[in-house]
Design a binder for this molecule. Structure first.
Ligand code: C2G
Length: 131
């Protein structure tokens, strides 16, 4: 059985998120998703999510093809998470291209292209324009 792992904030779920999760799952037989905690978002990514970490976790867990979810507390713990969840493949969006190549010693690292023209930020801006 080939196990895939990926990470992200996944705030305000949109089609870009769904597509990368489906493509990640198609690379193996089991998909684990690490959801960035609210504290990690604030401290390392300089972003505040609209939905809380527990809401984001629940939403991602409900998606067909997602087999397991957990909270990603630290960007520095990736190697531990890869080992803990016995991942054979790490999938990241290509906005992170090259940044995780050193994990090739632990598992295969695959960068998938992002979906053009949609993001949590653009969705929020659209909502503001409508409001
Ligand atoms: N994504 C995508 N297309 C978009 C937007 C996002 O394919 N238009 C992908 C991203 O590349 C990522 C996933 O959806 O793989 C989640 O996106 P974010 O929530 O923005 O996650 P990010 O902040 O990049 O978190 O450890 C690193 C991270 O936690 C990555």
């Amino acid at each position: 059985m080939k196990r895939v792992i990926t990470f992200g904030t996944f705030d305000m779920l949109h089609v870009g998120h769904i597509r990368i999760l489906q493509r990640a799952r198609a690379l193996g037989d089991h998909l684990t998703v690490g959801i960035s905690t609210d504290a990690l978002n604030r401290s390392k990514k300089q972003k505040n999510a609209i939905y809380s970490e527990m809401e984001r976790l629940e939403i991602i867990k409900a998606i067909i093809g997602v087999d397991d979810v957990f909270l990603e507390h630290s960007l520095e713990l990736k190697a531990d998470y890869i080992r803990q969840y016995k991942a054979d493949i790490l999938v990241m969006g290509d906005d992170w291209a090259g940044k995780f190549d050193h994990f090739n010693a632990l598992c295969k690292v695959v960068y998938l292209s992002r979906t053009d023209g949609i993001s949590t930020t653009s969705t929020l801006e659209g909502i503001k324009r409508l409001a």
